[in-house]
Design a protein around this ligand. Structure first.
Ligand SMILES: NC(=O)C1=CN([C@@H]2O[C@H](COP(=O)(O)OP(=O)(O)OC[C@H]3O[C@@H](n4cnc5c(N)ncnc54)[C@H](OP(=O)(O)O)[C@@H]3O)[C@@H](O)[C@H]2O)[C@@H](O)CC1
Ligand SMILES: Nc1ncnc2c1ncn2[C@@H]1O[C@H](COP(=O)(O)OP(=O)(O)O)[C@@H](O)[C@H]1O
Ligand SMILES: [K+]
Length: 518
């Protein structure tokens, strides 16, 4: 499990250690230097003679970079610090100079970007957890915009004149590798927002514990490989701000049948999905539930013949269920499906049956529901859900601030809310937040959401009693389902195209491997 803490939580945790004289910056800088040396070795085969440029801001983040530069200098690395503020960390600056490094005061963004572009490794020590709202501005902003965007020199100067391209470009062995100190500078450290230029990192070396913005999009896309340096900070272990589950966490949440299990004790999942116009969604959702392993799958809808032809294990017609899946391939103006879902919601509200509410069923949601109801919108559906409740939003608004709007949807509806995307966010009881990044982009394909809904329904059916006993469990189960879904896409076809059906078919093998790894 990867846990993360807000800037305020990290500051509170470091306070007693700093008061006791623990040299946290030295520890952080030493570890940072180790990572930079490793990156130099990966790129050039050796550390000695490597060219490192430090981008140094006004605070302790810059101090980390300067001290790391001093350590690297002693290992024979050529280190130049580009000071991007009138004053940089005094001790760090002195340490770098004493070790034979150089400090260059930058006054011109284009000149700074040109110097930075020549490095083997660029260390981004402009801002860390001291970042105020608004992202990078001024000289640092212009320099990073030039580097990150491949901007034309004149653009970076802001004077309209044209010159050579100084940007890093998207790829290429010639561009410097970027190592971010604590966070890529300029991101919203606590919420993952990006409101100005940010240098995308190849590696982010974060201290004490991860920060929420490193896990939440859009900033999460700029982090590269994340390395967490443990500084033994007394962080509130039971109250991380955002969590990312690992395989073993998902395995521990999986409903594994005991020897005495029978099909009813393992759980029945009821699926209200599909229509004559969208029959495939019913097949995919029921298939995923069957293949994820559940006592029984009960299908309610108009395409029962097709579902049974494709999945003979499925039973049709009403009866008892332990958990529901509502909505894949359902249009809210389909009167028969609407009636079935509204009727089933009575069980959800009265008997506490957990439910996954997807696609067309999102529009049939009662005003408020318990947390054992999981909404699974994509960004467009979340925008519509909140617009219907008085917040006019577009898909782009949701993509800019996914945590904010997922949280609001949880607060307004009471449901556990899972926002689908490259990073899948879940906000549940008590405001717990999960951010899963397990899926390849190949998973962005029609029907993949139907598979997620069916798979999650199977998990909830298997743990229906536990979910009722422990309201916090629903969000964890939803996050685990997202993890398994992403892993199944990798299993279906590592690094290549996948179909939703292929992802469903990969579930048994994925779950077996997951349980074996625990
Ligand atoms: N926690 C730990 O355990 C450890 C933490 N360590 C390190 O300390 C780092 C935090 O250092 P920090 O507190 O000095 O803040 P930092 O991010 O360097 O920036 C502060 C300066 O930036 C300025 N500024 C802010 N926003 C701005 C903006 N948008 N645009 C322009 N300027 C802006 C701000 O100005 P002000 O708000 O004061 O006006 C202030 O001058 C942390 O990330 C980690 O690297 C390690 O050394 C040891 C272990
Ligand atoms: N860029 C991406 N990278 C990885 N997974 C993605 C990406 N975009 C979407 N996904 C995943 O693909 C699935 C798509 O679901 P959804 O949008 O509901 O499609 P459908 O309704 O066609 O089934 C979700 O699980 C989502 O998390
Ligand atoms: K930084």
């Amino acid at each position: 499990m990867l846990q993360s803490w807000t800037s305020a939580q990290v500051r509170a945790a470091e306070e007693p250690l700093l008061a006791a004289g623990v040299p946290l910056m030295q520890h952080a800088a030493f570890a940072l230097a180790g990572v930079v040396a490793r990156v130099l070795r990966e790129r050039r085969g050796r550390v000695v003679g490597g060219q490192v440029v430090l981008l140094v801001g006004p605070g302790n983040n810059g101090g980390d970079a300067l001290h790391a530069g001093a350590f690297l200098r002693r290992r024979g690395v050529d280190v130049v610090a580009l000071a991007l503020a009138p004053r940089v960390h005094d001790e760090g600056r002195a340490a770098l100079l004493a070790a034979g490094g150089r400090v260059h005061e930058v006054t011109d963004a284009v000149d700074g970007a040109a110097r930075a572009g020549r490095a083997d490794v660029l260390v981004d020590g402009i801002l860390g957890i001291g970042t105020r709202d608004g992202g990078l501005t001024g000289l640092a902003g212009a320099l990073v915009a030039a580097l990150a965007g491949g901007a034309v020199e004149g653009d970076a100067r802001g004077d309209g004149s044209r010159g050579g391209v100084v940007g890093l470009g998207a790829h290429g062995a010639d561009r410097p590798a970027v190592v971010a100190v604590d966070t890529p500078s300029g991101i919203g450290v606590d919420d993952g927002t990006v409101s100005g230029p940010v240098l995308p990192a190849d590696v982010t070396v974060t201290f004490g514990g991860a920060k929420p913005g490193l896990l939440i999009p859009p900033a999460a896309h700029l982090v590269g490989r994340l390395e967490v340096i443990d500084l033994d900070l007394p962080l509130p272990d039971h109250h991380p701000a955002v969590v990312r589950l690992a395989d073993r966490d998902a395995a521990a949440l999986w409903p594994v049948p005991t020897r005495s299990a029978h099909k009813y004790s393992r759980g029945v999942v009821g699926v209200v999905a599909g229509a004559r116009r969208y029959p495939g969604a019913a097949v995919l959702a029921t298939s995923a539930a069957v293949l994820a392993g559940v006592g029984m799958v009960r299908y309610l809808g108009d395409v029962a013949d097709l579902v049974v032809a494709r999945r003979p294990e499925v039973v049709t017609g009403p009866g008892r269920v332990q958990a529901w899946v509502f909505g894949p391939g359902v249009s809210p103006d389909d009167a028969a499906q609407r009636r079935r879902i509204e009727h089933a919601f009575e069980g959800v509200l009265q008997r506490g049956e957990p439910a996954v509410v997807d696609a067309g069923a999102l529009e049939l949601l009662p005003p408020t529901v318990p947390t054992h109801v999981v909404l699974t919108p994509h960004a467009g559906e979340l925008a519509r859900l909140l617009t219907d409740r008085g917040h006019r939003l577009t898909r782009a608004d949701v993509e800019r601030e996914p945590l904010r709007w997922t949280r609001l949807a949880h607060e307004m509806t009471g449901a556990t809310v899972l926002l689908k995307g490259h990073v899948t966010l879940v906000v549940g009881a008590g405001g717990a937040v999960y951010a899963q990044a397990d899926a390849p982009p190949w998973l962005a394909t029609a029907g993949a959401g139907d598979v997620l809904a069916g798979l999650m329904g199977a998990m909830l059916a298997g743990r229906a009693d536990d979910v009722l006993d422990d309201p916090t469990l629903t969000a964890a189960v939803a996050a685990a389902a997202a993890l398994v879904h992403g892993r199944a896409a990798h299993t279906a076809n590592p690094d290549g195209p996948v179909t939703a059906r292929g992802v469903a078919l990969a579930l048994p093998e994925t779950i077996r491997t997951l349980l074996a790894s625990a």
